[in-house]
Design a binder for this molecule. Structure first.
Ligand SMILES: *[C@@H]1O[C@H](CO)[C@@H](O)[C@H](O)[C@H]1NC(C)=O
Ligand SMILES: *[C@@H]1O[C@H](CO)[C@@H](O)[C@H](O)[C@H]1NC(C)=O
Ligand SMILES: *[C@@H]1O[C@H](CO)[C@@H](O)[C@H](O)[C@H]1NC(C)=O
Ligand SMILES: *[C@@H]1O[C@H](CO)[C@@H](O)[C@H](O)[C@H]1NC(C)=O
Ligand SMILES: *[C@@H]1O[C@H](CO)[C@@H](O)[C@H](O)[C@H]1NC(C)=O
Ligand SMILES: *[C@@H]1O[C@H](CO)[C@@H](O)[C@H](O)[C@H]1NC(C)=O
Ligand SMILES: *[C@@H]1O[C@H](CO)[C@@H](O)[C@H](O)[C@H]1NC(C)=O
Ligand SMILES: [Zn+2]
Length: 515
């Protein structure tokens, strides 16, 4: 119980502290000092910060995108929470809704990340231990740990959001160095109907940032220039106070119209009003940026009011009654922005299609599909936060200085094989070390990306530990600068791990009861 109480307190204070509350405009045209020549900055690699749709399309030809994101740990409670808003919905093409999960690793249950990814959602980076203005190890370690323990291809992790939306110029440089495609930490803080609005369509940093110019030092007026790197602003809602009544993350936790209590009908009203302003204007995307733990009905100690949950569903029902509205992940939004087509041609956009990995549901394979993997996931019974994985428990908890520790091999079993660079997650059998994909339709290559202080191209595979990089590539050097750990001989691993598992088993037993 103690453990649970501590965890709730942590989770709730985290939510409150990082509400991402903004209280007024974060930019203006003078502070932005932005200029960009659309004749030289052209899609798909370059896009000027603009309130007009990309590709010269008319607003009427453009879909209204509603981006749905969640931040922080991935747990059954948070997935349940997201599902109560999205699981029953479909986009206009009949495909299930996908969203973006900005994942931080403390309290994350890795196997649920695998499942969520295989179901078609986007997994993005929110640092390992949830810190503002993060060092490289927090950003890159998250990639490595999600690849090693959740089987997410390195290529698939394209986006970043700073915890507390606290970033600096340095953050952008680190993201670019690690080959991220986009950041989504800045705010669009002026209504689309106001002069000088900062509600830009997603844009590249070829000419610097044009959002948050009043509150982040060293950005805007052309800085930082990072060609080809995208910013997806977070679009605020505005209540009756207009620019002085912005609501960015979890708007349902805020008091509307300067009031003193939460009023769901007032929240619904301003969310609809802001949506309408976008929809009848230049159709800049709009978002629902959530900390889903707050709306969980399965997390002990959190009592999300039904009225709030119903209100959010009412908003989404209403939104989906409008024509040409798509609820999407950031990745889907960006795919369309990079190659924009009019609504009449949306059927041709691959990113908006349904995920279709075909794996025989009777096959026993730990692949992120609940039916297939039942009974095969391993429990890693760490005292701080036990988790499950298909890819073999690490010997010690992951940390920024050691994001891929050697594997703790269960006595009498073989080490599990991490996702290699030439097989996609639903087709990879980590127990047999075998790729089920035999046709070109499921063929997959994870292009390596430079990660870590030595810029090594880590391509996944192996069984854990510092020597897990594919042998053809430079080996990964720990962030703490420690020399690569040699893999144990198999005999020794068995003995060491039997003791380790035994000791943790006892702790896990009590932890599970109290959770
Ligand atoms: C973690 O994942 C396992 C396996 O999917 C599941 O049984 C368990 O309920 C999850 N726990 C949490 C807290 O997410
Ligand atoms: C996250 O976990 C690490 C390792 O257990 C711990 O040192 C750190 O304090 C945790 N951070 C938070 C925000 O809980
Ligand atoms: C941003 O994060 C850094 C590092 O954690 C911290 O020192 C700073 O106070 C934070 N800034 C704000 C505005 O919270
Ligand atoms: C809540 O908001 C609605 C809609 O703006 C308003 O009619 C109602 O009076 C508000 N209720 C309270 C208790 O303030
Ligand atoms: C909330 O709704 C659920 C499901 O509709 C219901 O079981 C529960 O009793 C409701 N809770 C309250 C406090 O009304
Ligand atoms: C992936 O690469 C490994 C090692 O190079 C090779 O043995 C295997 O056949 C490849 N698998 C696929 C599905 O291409
Ligand atoms: C990693 O791959 C990139 C792109 O292929 C390449 O530019 C870079 O030199 C590689 N880094 C190392 C250390 O091999
Ligand atoms: Zn967060």
């Amino acid at each position: 119980m103690l453990k649970l109480a501590a965890f709730s307190a942590f989770a709730l204070s985290l939510v409150a502290a990082q509400d991402g509350g903004i209280t007024g405009p974060m930019s203006n045209p003078a502070a932005a000092g932005y200029s960009c020549d659309p004749n030289s900055c052209k899609l798909p690699k370059c896009n000027c910060a603009s309130t007009s749709p990309p590709g010269g399309l008319q607003p009427s030809e453009v879909p209204q995108f509603v981006v749905f994101t969640a931040d922080d740990a991935v747990q059954s409670y948070t997935i349940d929470s997201v599902n109560q808003f999205l699981a029953h919905r479909k986009n206009p093409n009949g495909c299930p809704i996908k969203m973006t999960y900005f994942t931080s690793l403390n309290y994350t249950n890795y196997t649920l990340v695998t499942d969520w990814y295989v179901a078609g959602n986007e997994i993005a980076d929110h640092t390992m231990t949830h810190v503002g203005t993060p060092p490289a190890s927090e950003i890159n370690g998250n990639l490595i740990a999600l690849n090693a323990l959740a089987g997410i291809p390195l290529d698939a992790i394209k986006g970043f959001r700073a915890p507390f939306l606290n970033y600096s110029v340095d953050t952008f440089n680190l993201l670019a160095a690690a080959d991220f495609t986009y950041d989504s930490s800045s705010s669009a803080s002026i209504p689309v109907t106001d002069p000088g609005t900062d509600a830009f369509w997603p844009y590249t940093l070829d000419n610097g940032l044009a959002n948050d110019c009043l509150n982040v030092p060293g950005i805007c007026k052309g800085q930082p220039k990072i060609p080809g790197f995208w910013e997806i602003p977070m679009y605020a809602f505005f209540d009756n106070l207009g620019v002085n009544g912005p609501h960015l993350m979890d708007p349902w936790l805020d008091n509307a119209n300067g009031g003193t209590t939460v009023n769901d009908s007032a929240t619904l009203q301003y969310m609809q009003n802001t949506f309408t302003a976008h929809y009848t204007g230049n159709r800049q995307p709009i978002g629902l940026y959530t900390h889903p733990i707050h709306l969980s009905t399965t997390y002990p100690g959190v009592n999300a009011p039904n009225s709030t949950i119903n209100m959010i569903n009412q908003y989404l029902d209403w939104v989906q009654e409008q024509q040409n509205v798509w609820i999407v992940s950031n990745e889907q939004l960006l795919a369309w922005v990079q190659n924009p087509v009019p609504v009449s041609q949306l059927d041709s956009v691959d990113a908006l299609k349904c995920p279709t990995p075909q794996v025989d549901p009777s096959k026993k394979i730990c692949n992120g599909m609940p039916q297939n993997e039942a009974g095969l996931v391993q429990e890693c019974a760490f005292a701080d936060f036990p988790f499950y994985t298909c890819y073999g428990c690490p010997q010690v908890e992951v940390t920024p200085s050691n994001p891929n520790p050697p594997q703790q091999v269960v006595s009498g079993q073989q080490a599990r094989y991490r996702l290699p660079s030439n097989c996609s997650t639903p087709f990879w059998d980590p127990i047999a070390g075998n790729c089920l994909c035999t046709s070109s339709s499921c063929a997959f290559t994870d292009n390596s990306r430079p990660i870590g202080p030595n810029g090594a191209n880590l391509t996944g595979g192996g069984t854990g530990g510092s020597s897990s990089g594919a042998s053809q590539t430079p080996s990964y050097v720990n962030f703490n600068g420690a020399p690569p750990v040699k893999l144990f001989g198999s005999g020794l691993v068995g003995v060491v791990c039997a003791v380790f598992v035994g000791a943790l088993g006892a702790i896990a037993g009590s932890a599970l009861v109290s959770l």
